[in-house]
Design a protein around this ligand. Structure first.
Ligand code: NAP
Ligand code: GDD
Length: 326
């Protein structure tokens, strides 16, 4: 029997790299779309470089998306590509909307135009709940996005539903709460903290500049969430699902957990820096993943303390040379 073909946008990102591994283990033929970059941007997938088919493209370039859908004819499409940084989305709102919002439409329309019979996964986000209207958040909670990123994801969510309803496409929204890993981008708060701990332990850094310590997030492990994304596309009927741990912790608690693990007092290192406060903040996220548990049998395997320790252990062993400011 021919192998199933999967097409992933955002394969060079945290989630794309885990999803590619999962699909290879399940014997898929994996195609990943990458952007041309002046320096290497494939570090997260270098270990599977020979096993995946990489093709150039960009979510802002509709003609390429059409060509890729026509020539590859995938069975499953995972749209993970995005300008995914919330704070940066205030700096580059138009590019964020073009990639994170319009990119979803371009890809859906390429599938429709080319008559490709595939299942489609959209990387929706808990940022869509923003200034939350109820807690915990479920699939029925109304959206109230608080950033150009969140607004773009709301567009992506509704256009995915619209293509499902209008054209009968098998298109699903995963509404994923924050998920982290040792592959997390270094400018997201968890990784910023665990990388700083590594540098402090090596005597390379004595200060960690952060913004709002009171914000609360529902943090899980990225690989668990990518298993869930795959499970969503295996269900009989297309539907939308939340993936979350059902636990919430503040950035302050993250500091307690991470610094406490290596027996350091974070108060000696952390400085509050106005630059890291957002024009409008999402104060509290807490997800209820009952529907995914009941309908897909999905469970998060890694809990907060284990996740933090996994990331600290990784970053205390590795030396990183990149400079990051956000
Ligand atoms: P990430 O590490 O920032 O990866 C983003 C990916 O998108 C990278 O491969 C990036 O390519 C690619 N990309 C950026 N702009 C693009 C464009 N114009 N055209 C094509 N590709 C582009 O993000 P992640 O954490 O893996 O998240 C994956 C997806 O899930 C994103 O859509 C994100 O918004 C969403 N999400 C994430 C979380 C979370 O907590 N991680 C939660 C909910 C939803 P380069 O490597 O070339 O930059
Ligand atoms: N990045 C960052 N840097 N965040 C900080 C800092 C800092 O120095 N100091 C405090 N924070 C706070 C932010 O204000 C926010 O409330 C919280 O830490 C988490 O920020 P991020 O780790 O940047 O993640 P996010 O919640 O804004 O967005 C992530 O999760 C979303 C799902 O809810 C991203 O992965 C999004 O792409 C994703 O959709």
């Amino acid at each position: 029997m021919a192998k199933r073909k999967a097409f992933i946008t955002g394969i060079t990102g945290q989630d794309g790299s885990y999803l590619a591994e999962i699909l290879l283990e399940k014997d898929y033929e994996v195609y990943g779309m990458i952007r041309r970059s002046s320096s290497f941007n494939t570090a997260r997938i270098d270990h599977i470089f020979g096993d995946v088919e990489l093709v150039f493209g960009d979510l802002t370039d509709g003609s390429v998306l059409n060509r890729l859908m026509r020539t590859i004819q995938p069975d499953e499409v995972y749209n993970l590509g995005a300008q995914s940084h919330v704070q940066v989305s205030f700096e580059i709102p138009e590019f964020t909307a073009d990639t994170t919002g319009m990119g979803t439409l371009r890809l859906l329309d390429a599938i429709r135009e080319e008559g490709v019979r595939c299942r489609f996964y959209e990387a929706g986000s808990s940022e869509m709940f923003g200034k939350v209207l109820e807690t915990p958040q479920t699939e029925a909670t109304p959206f109230y996005p608080r950033s150009p990123y969140g607004v773009s994801k709301v567009f992506g969510y509704w256009i995915t539903r619209n293509y499902r309803e209008a054209y009968g496409m098998y298109a699903v929204n995963g509404i994923l709460f924050n998920h982290e890993s040792p592959r997390r981008g270094p400018t997201f708060v968890t990784r910023k903290v665990t990388r700083a701990i590594g540098a402090i332990l090596r005597g390379e850094q004595d200060e960690l500049r952060l913004g709002n310590l009171e914000a609360k997030r529902d943090w899980g492990f990225a690989r668990d969430y990518m298993e869930g994304a795959w499970q969503m596309l295996q269900a009989e009927e297309p539907d939308d699902y939340i993936l979350a741990t059902g636990e919430t912790h503040s950035v302050r608690e993250l500091l307690d957990e991470a610094f406490g693990y290596v027996e350091l007092d974070w108060n000696k290192y952390v400085k509050i820096d106005e630059r890291y406060f957002r024009p409008s903040e999402v104060d509290l996220l807490l997800g209820d993943a009952s529907k995914a548990r009941e309908k897909l049998g999905w469970e998060p395997r890694v809990r907060f303390p284990e996740l933090v320790r996994m990331m600290v252990d990784h970053d205390r062993e590795r030396r990183h040379t990149e400079e990051h400011y956000v």
